[in-house]
Design a protein around this ligand. Sequence first.
Ligand SMILES: Nc1nc2c(ncn2[C@@H]2O[C@H](COP(=O)(O)OP(=O)(O)OP(=O)(O)O)[C@@H](O)[C@H]2O)c(=O)[nH]1
Ligand SMILES: Nc1nc2c(ncn2[C@@H]2O[C@H](COP(=O)(O)OP(=O)(O)OP(=O)(O)O)[C@@H](O)[C@H]2O)c(=O)[nH]1
Ligand SMILES: [Mg+2]
Ligand SMILES: [Mg+2]
Lengths: 279, 291
Amino acid sequence: LTGKKNIDEDFLEALEEILISADVGVNIALDIIEKMRKDVKVSTTASLEEIVKLIKKELTEIIKDFSNPVLNIENKKPAIIMVCGVNGVGKTTSIGKLTTYFKNSGKSVMLAACDTFRAAAIEQLDIWAKRAGTECIKHQHGADSGAVAFDAITAAVSRNIDILIIDTAGRLHTKTNLMDELKKIKKVINQQLPDAPDEVLLVVDATTGQNAINQIQEFNKYLGLTGIILTKMDGTAKGGLVFAMLKDLKVPIKFIGVGEKLDDLRVFDINTFIDALFD
Amino acid sequence: NLTEKITDIFRNLGNKGKITEDNISDALRQVRIALLEADVNFKVVKEFINKVKEKAIGESVLKSLTPDQQFIKIVHDELVEILGSTDNTLHLTVQPSIILMVGLQGSGKTTTCAKLANLQKKKNFKPLLVACDIYRPAAIDQLKFLGDQLNVPVCIRRKETDVVAIAKEALIEANKLGCNLLIVDTAGRLHIDEKMMDEVARLKDFLKPQEILFVADAMTGQDAVRVADEFNKKLEITGIVLTKLDGDARGGAAISIKSVTGKPIKFVGISEKIDGLEPFYPDRLATRILG
Ligand SMILES: Nc1nc2c(ncn2[C@@H]2O[C@H](COP(=O)(O)OP(=O)(O)OP(=O)(O)O)[C@@H](O)[C@H]2O)c(=O)[nH]1
Ligand SMILES: Nc1nc2c(ncn2[C@@H]2O[C@H](COP(=O)(O)OP(=O)(O)OP(=O)(O)O)[C@@H](O)[C@H]2O)c(=O)[nH]1
Ligand SMILES: [Mg+2]
Ligand SMILES: [Mg+2]
């Protein structure tokens, strides 16, 4: 009997390491494994598969209420989607992918190049716009982002566009002046079009560790987030941060980025995601 | 924070100062949690805790008048030792010298290329930036913009589909312009993308660079170990640049990357600006990781 207890403890330690190495975070990992330790089923079953199944069930419990991938874009025209996030996470590329996603479902899309700061950011978005077969509203480098947003909304309204997606410059959430600037852009949008923006999406890099939690907290505080796009899931990072994101911060994951091409966007699916954690 | 937790643990051991292996386990557990929360890889944390345990159970803590402070010092010093000494020297001993920048998508390579050009220009090098990212939309424009800003020439071949051919052209151009330092920007790539890893290996074989710098985002999580290991195995990197340290990421990835590759962290990125590159100071990062 004692032999079997040891096997279970080794199983549980190995599973705790799988969870931690997936960036699930030490608190959630320890909680789940502690639950397993106290679970009668675990002490009476010898199979690793059974324990993994129980863990998957625990993980599903954490996020099952948050996997509605629907975006709030059906009731307005133009629906305004604001995309934000820290530097280099994949905002601009994801906007290209979102454009394709919407166009494939028959919607007309327009883009706004509100990153007027970073070198060649406007050119980069413009190329994605052309590749996705859509128009990009842009001013010159260094222009006021709010002014670009204003012009883009005017154009989207006059051209009867379904969805306007707004690209913003990457910024670390700790830079209050840059976070204020983002808040100001949102205000410009809202003053011009009541109830806009309809979606404020935070782009998070799946290779990010616990700092993703800070990012979501801060961007949520300044803007109020409606969803998350988790990029670079085609790498070896498992994106385990999702559990802390949903459990504590309650911002739904809408999409996952799985590559650098236009069609490398997937709607977030809980079961696929949880299964992948244990691959 | 960790220091307070450790102080509490040792205070609760009472004034008898009888510290044993069991009491240390509580303190070690707190250190483990702190390091995991700081994104240090769990395998690296395991080894680290064992090392600290050995040292802590030794004479110094058991007989110390302030065991909590002594314990924290052991943890801090062990982190500093892993992170290595301040070695931000670039071994640019050949003319022209070549620096090859590699790393995952979005880690900060292109920006760091420009920052390095700025730094080396101030040391009287005559740099040439080389645009070998032929994939990312407007990557070449991005490097060109930064080069123009610095008044540093940029080698560009927009029609070229082979990065080695661009590198060949760059050597000729460097000679023409009298540049003695090539800083080669490459596309972000996944460590598991064989074709792309082969590309940068071919670029290395052709250029034989003096420095191959792995650019890593300071907020990287547990995956940092695997990524750094793959890049190092494939290319034998010579140094690491840790970017975006101006955020509030604890930066535990630095410990993971350093211990799996054994290569020095040469620079840290501390802003988006062209002068936002600093030498790496291990004890500063150790303090930050411990929170
Ligand atoms: N492998 C992979 N790479 C991605 C994914 N999404 C974006 N990238 C890459 O990540 C890099 C950065 O993407 P960008 O779209 O420029 O990121 P950004 O957030 O707009 O960056 P800044 O505007 O500079 O803050 C590029 O090389 C993209 O191709 C993804 O899902 N998978
Ligand atoms: N705050 C901050 N931002 C940085 C730092 N280094 C780079 N960035 C920003 O991070 C984003 C990505 O930088 P890039 O230089 O485009 O990254 P990259 O590795 O070349 O990206 P790919 O070529 O797509 O792989 C940009 O918004 C940069 O301005 C840094 O040290 N601090
Ligand atoms: Mg961008
Ligand atoms: Mg680049």
